[in-house]
Design a protein around this ligand. Structure first.
Ligand SMILES: *Cc1c(COP(=O)(O)O)cnc(C)c1O
Length: 377
């Protein structure tokens, strides 16, 4: 082996777009907080919008059975899951693509439909993963300023389209704000984009779809007739309590789904996740309990936070964004001392905002108590 002289290399190991990439910062894991601060009691994680009821019991039962076949490769076509989804959604199976979480589908979409010669559009205060993926593939993008409610300004996003715009990302309801865009707004955006010679693919990230109960909330899996280049992304991570199983899916036209199937890895979703997710769709009781809990606690926690003087952004999801008089990093730190993990957004130019997931009633009571202590003068 000869001497390795890095200075002699003509070309850096990675492109500038990788060199400057900042990794996604997930919610702090419970184990990490325990190690770092030696906290003894129960740690409450309200930072990643997970289901406080745990996984669907029917999903768990199916997962246990699937473990016994862990030596076999999964069904690459995920037939059981896609067939069950097809029945559940009332759309042809050929229009459904399953992914290793909807996160993988986001990546697959960028890889399939865009290159560094193209352009994408995202909104301010939306899911940061879109930008990380675009940047990792060197696809240029525009960040369109948020609307007055901090959510997406869909018409402004449509107007930001250029001749080479291939992708528009919309989170609905939006993470990090909990805001949503209604049918009229979505249709206004689509009619502007439909005028373009090459309409971009509109990616509707509906990770919180099931939690949204606004009367005019649009189901984007029904819009392909109006605007064929629209994709709905859903996940089992949030309302079905299956974040670790890593299963999400896309609903698109057969054409769009067909391209995604060509590009995806042969075994992109695992057997345990596929079968557990298919079973979760039958667990109507679990879904009903999850949504009822969230509906009640969303109203109660939002009101309690407002009463404390926090500015609360109205939410359609299972979390709430609020503005605090303290710096987000200070509030976060003081709650960590009390064994509670929330999500500070100071890394995203929101120095005074934190995002808090809703837990069970006792968990939320603990959060409210701790906030009262921390915010009292
Ligand atoms: C949680 C979340 C996802 C992805 O979740 P997966 O676990 O990868 O399915 C996607 N988009 C948004 C906006 C989310 O909040």
């Amino acid at each position: 082996m000869t001497h390795w002289d890095e200075d002699k290399r003509a070309r850096p190991l990675v492109g500038q777009y990788i060199e400057t990439l900042k990794p996604y910062v997930p919610g702090k894991p419970i184990e990490e907080l325990r190690r770092e601060r030696g906290i003894q009691g129960e740690i409450l994680k309200l930072a990643s919008n997970e289901n406080p009821l745990g996984p669907s019991p029917l999903a768990l039962e199916a997962a246990r059975a699937a473990l016994l076949e862990g030596h076999l490769y999964p069904d690459g076509a995920a037939f059981v899951l896609r067939n069950r989804l097809s029945e559940y959604l009332g759309v042809d199976m050929a229009r459904i693509v399953s992914g290793n979480g909807s996160n993988e589908l986001l990546e697959l979409i960028v890889r399939t439909f865009a290159t560094s010669a193209d352009h994408a559009i995202v909104s301010e205060h939306s899911f940061i993963v879109y930008r990380i993926i675009l940047k990792s593939m060197n696809v240029p993008f525009t960040v369109v300023p948020a609307a007055a409610d901090m959510g997406h300004d869909l018409v402004a996003m449509a107007r930001a389209a250029r001749s080479n715009t291939r992708l528009v990302f919309v989170a609905n309801p939006n993470n990090q704000t909990g805001t949503y865009n209604g049918r009229a707004e979505l249709e206004a955006m689509l009619s502007i984009l439909a005028e373009r010679p090459d309409p971009p693919l509109v990616v509707m990230d509906e990770a919180y779809f099931e939690f949204a109960d606004a009367e005019d909330y649009p189901d984007s899996s029904r819009y392909q007739g109006l605007y064929p280049r629209i994709v709905a992304l859903r996940t089992f991570s949030k309302c079905y309590g299956m974040a670790s199983f890593r299963v999400g899916y896309a609903v698109a036209t057969e054409e769009v789904a067909g391209y995604l199937h060509r590009v995806r890895a042969p075994f992109n979703t695992n057997r345990i996740g596929q079968l557990a997710a298919a079973a979760a769709l039958d667990d109507e009781d679990f879904l009903r309990r999850t949504l009822e809990l969230n509906r009640v606690e969303r109203a109660r926690v939002s009101a309690a936070l407002s009463d404390m003087g926090l500015e609360v952004v109205p939410t359609q999801a299972n979390f709430v964004l609020c503005r605090t008089p303290l710096l987000a990093s200070d509030l976060y730190d003081k709650l960590l001392d009390r064994g509670i993990i929330v999500r500070p957004l100071d890394g995203y130019a929101l120095d005074h905002h934190v995002r808090i997931s809703f837990g069970t009633p006792p968990q939320n009571n603990r959060l409210i108590e701790a906030l009262r202590e921390v915010l009292s003068p």
